[in-house]
Unconditional design. Sequence first.
Length: 355
Amino acid sequence: MKGILYLEDGTLYTGIGIGKKGTSVGELVFNTSMTGYQEILTDPSYAGQIITMTYPLIGNYGVNSFEKESNYVYARGFVVKNICENPSNYMSEKTIDEMLKEMGIVGISGVDTRSITKKIRNCGALKCVITNEELSEEELKLHLKNLQQREDWMKEVGTREIIHIPGEGHRVVLVDFGVKRNIVRNLMARNCDITIVPYNITFEEIERINPDGILLSNGPGDPKEATEAIEMVKKTMLKYPIFGICLGHQILGLAVGGDTYKLKYGHRGGNHGVKDLDLDRVFITSQNHGFAVDEESIKDKDMIVTHINLNDNTVEGMRHKTLPVFSVQFHPEGAPGPQDSAYLFDKFINSMKGE
């Protein structure tokens, strides 16, 4: 079946429809990872977005029940150049097309993803319509016009109830803004006793849990929409060690009185160079975010920049001058991508030890 990708600037791409038959609208972004398409699709941080994969062949090793970062696909669509219909891997259980159909995701293949990526780099993130139905240009424009742009996805994709994962080590409250499973796995590997809580948990509720530390997870949307969490962090950072990842990093930046801003087209992929200024070392990191902390806004807020992005010098990490509070913009848990910076989980464990 025919597939169409229609951008808000009037650009139209035609290809082959894949996944669920239907029409979807969202923000068009690109990811530069060569592998890990299953983890990317199931990452809640992509809520409301239509993902373009820059690597030209997707689906060659299939899909399995283990390598997923959540139970659902929160993205609105999937765009690839070529899709593999006959995957080859000992763990493969189904094709990527079958996964898209099961998850109700509209996709398109056979399009020039290089052209799409260059357009996003030049114009910034764009609203778009993706469809494999027979729609006229006027109908496509109407879908775009009716798109209700929202930036509070973190209030929808996380847990609605408290979940306890027992362990014999440090007690960690994990605030779920759309947490990836590999973050939980990293805490479990360090024998933490984990309590996963909703995004709007209050300081008083955290006090009743009496944790040794708090991890602020990744998630989708504009950090300024997480107003309840910002107020909670203002109080908890004075009492507990805190580790923020991605959206959690941005929320921490706002909680200390700093500011955040939307990047032109974001950082998404598994090959982003980041320098750890404390260690004087460079790490290749996994990233997925569209917002960043404004460096100037935190200079007089007792925060020290610890990591910088080597592509555009944006803030990739920070720590408090006196409190056991730190955060990073990238994903130390990988999934997909390198896990060279997983040492940051050990740093969090040490901070709960008082080191």
